[in-house]
Design a protein around this ligand. Structure first.
Ligand code: RNT
Ligand code: ZN
Length: 421
């Protein structure tokens, strides 16, 4: 038995043939990969300066950002304690721990991530990994593995190779598949004349990077496309067509495609791309984000597009083929709250999708009864999914409703405010 409010919702959904208990059971099996970089504005722990250039920008100066890995882990622990379910961590190579030693990108080793691994083991979390091809003097001219300069290119290919080994190590240690995702900033601010050149270089670099094979149970690779970036407005080497082609051509090497919700033209949506790319690929990764006019990486909210993404995953029966990662960074609000809001919204949207009377909707559509389809879809928008969500939070032992915010405020007063700004 649930709360009286939940029992009313359960009965209402049952009238539509929807089993709320089954929806909650399924929801509990879906891990979301929380990106470490919301906690410190994509700074990382290589040096004091944090984020420097490279087509990524976090704006805002809300006090209390994590200054070291221990603080970041404490903040993540706080966020996980407010998010229902068992999830994952999405870690960037620049979040390494070297005990004060300077370790360049071509010197990264599994040992630099051992504390993250121990922490994840203790908490039962899986980890995903990312090469860091930005915020580095060797990326200052806007190119990494697609550079014409062979020194630059080889440097970054080496970083890519080492990170895959670290990803495989993580997967092995945790007994949970690690996805190592690649995003590069490479591109031109203004119109190039050699679009072809860098794409051919990128293809060669990827082939070199992905030469070593790993057990797919332990490690998967992934490539993230983009339409444009800051400083690469006119041309991005790793475009959608490029990586889609690469992932398809390298399916037997377990190269996944990553679709970031902020990486397309503002009128394009990734919800419409999922069922297309999954005709050709076994699995994909999502970077769920929220672009506002451009790839602004705003905190994920329960928008129409977020709901559409989750509906596509559930309706297409893709829950086991779509890996859900988050990618946003807002430095203008409490960072633990940003994680909590974004991740709770992601999970809530999946719940709403799981609460659809999908067979009724399909029957109407198949019969050409588009009137019923539209009427039912509209009725669903005011169904009491919030009550099922509250029940889910309560059963998963996390705060119900706005109560999580009080917990974040206490944490801010007790922990974050002591950090200064
Ligand atoms: C950049 C990509 C990429 C990054 C992270 C930090 O546009 O979205 O995923 O956000 O690597
Ligand atoms: Zn991304």
């Amino acid at each position: 038995m649930g709360s009286p409010a939940y029992e009313i919702a359960r009965a209402k959904y049952a009238e539509l043939g929807v089993d709320t208990e089954e929806a909650m059971r399924r929801l509990a099996t879906v891990p979301i990969s929380l990106h470490c970089w919301q906690g410190d504005d994509v700074g990382g722990f290589e040096n004091e300066d944090g984020l420097t250039g490279g087509g990524i920008q976090a704006t805002g100066n809300y006090p209390g950002k994590a200054r070291n890995p221990d603080e970041l882990r404490a903040d993540l622990d706080k966020a996980y304690s407010l998010i229902p379910g068992k999830h994952r961590l999405n870690l960037h190579a620049s979040y390494l721990e070297t005990g004060g030693k300077t370790v360049d990108r071509t010197e990264v080793q599994p040992e630099h991530f051992s504390r993250w691994i121990d922490w994840a083991k203790a908490a039962g979390l899986g980890i995903d990994f990312n090469q860091t091809f930005f915020s580095h003097p060797k990326a200052n001219d806007g190119f990494s593995i697609a550079s014409q300069d062979s020194c630059i290119r080889e440097f970054w290919v080496e970083h890519g190779i080492l990170c895959r080994q670290i990803g495989a190590h993580i997967g092995r240690e945790l007994g949970k598949t690690c996805i190592t995702n690649l995003w590069i900033p490479d591109g031109y601010k203004d119109i190039p004349v050699s679009r072809k050149l860098h794409r051919e270089i990128l293809r060669r670099s990827l082939d070199e990077m992905y030469a070593e094979r790993f057990d797919p149970e332990i490690h998967l690779d992934c490539v993230e496309c983009k339409l444009f970036g800051i400083g690469s407005e006119s041309y991005v080497v790793g475009s959608h067509e490029f990586y889609m082609g690469y992932a398809m051509a390298n399916r037997d090497r377990n190269v996944l495609l990553c679709l970031d919700a902020g990486h397309f033209h503002p009128t394009e949506v990734i919800s419409d791309k999922i069922s297309s790319v999954l005709c050709y690929l076994d699995e994909i990764l999502l970077h769920v984000s929220r672009g506002v006019r451009w790839d602004s990486d705003h905190v994920v909210i329960l928008s129409d597009e977020l709901r559409a993404i989750s509906e596509e995953i559930v309706r297409g029966d893709y829950l086991d083929r779509v890996h859900v990662g988050l990618d946003f960074f807002d430095a203008s609000i409490n960072r633990v709250a940003a994680w909590t809001i974004g991740t709770r919204c992601m999970i809530k949207s999946l719940l709403i999708a799981l609460l659809e009377p999908i067979s009724q909707l399909r029957t109407a559509e198949t019969a050409g009864d588009f009137t019923t389809r539209l009427a039912l879809l509209e009725e669903l928008k005011t169904m009491p999914y919030g009550l099922v969500w509250d029940e889910y939070c309560s059963r998963q032992s996390v705060p119900v409703g706005m109560a999580w915010m009080e917990s974040v405020r206490n944490y801010e007063r007790g922990v974050l405010s002591a950090r200064g700004s």
